[in-house]
Every structure is written in C-alpha cells, then in structure tokens.
Design a protein around this ligand. Structure first.
Ligand SMILES: [Zn+2]
Length: 195
C-alpha cells in the first residue's frame, strides 16, 4: 500500500512541476527533461488545462531551447540581470562552484520546482526583467558546463555579473562601467572570478 502511495505522490509531483513549467512557458523538451514525462503526456496536460483559458491562453512553446550566449551578456544591463539570476541559482544549489557542475538535474522534480521558484522570484525582484524561462534554463546549463559563461564578483562595487570567459580582453564590471560614464566619477577596474 505504501509503495502505491509513494508512486502516486511521485507521479503527482511530476505533474505539478509540468503544470508549473507550462504556466511559465517552458518548452516541451525542457519539461520532459525535468519531469521525465513523455511529450504525449505533456501535450495532453497542456490541451486539458491551458489551451482554452479565457482571456490570454498560455502559448505552447515548441522547438529547441536557445543555446546562444550573446543575448545573455549583450549589454551591461543584461550582464547584471544574468548575474542576479545566476547568484540565485547558486544560492539554491542548482549548480556548484566547489563541486561542478552540481547535482544531477534530469528528472529531479524537487530541484525543478526550485528552479521555477528562482525564475518567479527573479521576475518579481528585477525591474523590467528580460529573461524568459527558456533563456534562464539556457543560462543555468551554460554556467554548469563552465566552458563559456562565468559568474564574477566585482571587488570594487561588490556586484555579481556574468561574463564570457573566452572574450579577450575581458570587459570591465558593467556596474562600474556605468558609473564611470557619469562625469566626475572614476571607479578603478578590478575583478574577481567566483569560479
Ligand atoms: Zn563593479
């Protein structure tokens, strides 16, 4: 009986995560990755609960998730926004600097919910956020791979931001850079990578 209860609970958790991700406009492949549900079951969930909502129905995102990094660091504002999100992912254990890349994510329903929580918090705390769920997922995967994007922490202004480690010379801290553009303000350039 208990085994049946546990199985039911596990199944229900996976469905709840899929529903949460559909609401956040995740792509089918992303939902499949986190929940291990089949495309067919995800499609049925969407059709049963989201397709015919009054007002603005939730769009079903098809195709592949974005993988480019350019838009995540295109401007100072983007680098800083990405930094806020990555800092939150780090604090929530979605990746690790000491033991990269961190915990296994595939089929990890608890961490899937935590990732959703990070994204929802990000949208509430960042003024005019530009990061979508899929771009946030792309950012997490990239930072876990550790071969392109990295999180840095500025020694001068203490802010966290994301930069491309392959870019030479490395750009200045975007927050200090913005400050330097204000006449009469001069901020020194120093950086410390966090991993
Ligand atoms: Zn700075």
């Amino acid at each position: 009986m208990r085994a049946t209860d546990n199985r039911y609970k596990g199944e229900r958790n996976r469905f709840e995560l899929a529903m949460r991700m559909i609401r956040l406009e995740a792509r089918t492949g992303t939902i499949r990755y986190w929940t291990n549900l089949s495309d067919d079951r995800i499609r049925k969930l969407y059709n049963s609960y989201f397709k015919f909502i009054d007002g603005a129905p939730i769009r079903r995102r098809r195709g592949k998730s974005p993988t480019q990094i350019g838009p995540l660091i295109r401007s100072s504002a983007r680098s800083l926004e990405s930094g806020v999100f990555v800092n939150m992912l780090l604090a929530n254990g979605l990746f690790s600097i000491e033991h990269p890349p961190g915990p296994r994510l595939k089929g990890n329903v608890n961490l899937g919910h935590r990732f959703c929580q990070c994204f929802e918090t990000h949208r509430m705390t960042v003024p005019q956020p530009t990061l979508s769920f899929e771009w946030g997922w792309n950012l997490l995967r990239n930072i876990r791979r550790g071969d392109e994007l990295r999180l840095a922490h500025c020694d001068v202004c203490s802010i966290a931001y994301v930069y491309d480690q392959l870019q030479v010379p490395r750009g200045d801290c975007p927050a200090c850079l913005t400050l330097r553009k204000v006449p009469g303000r001069h901020a020194p350039i120093r950086h410390t990578a966090m991993g």
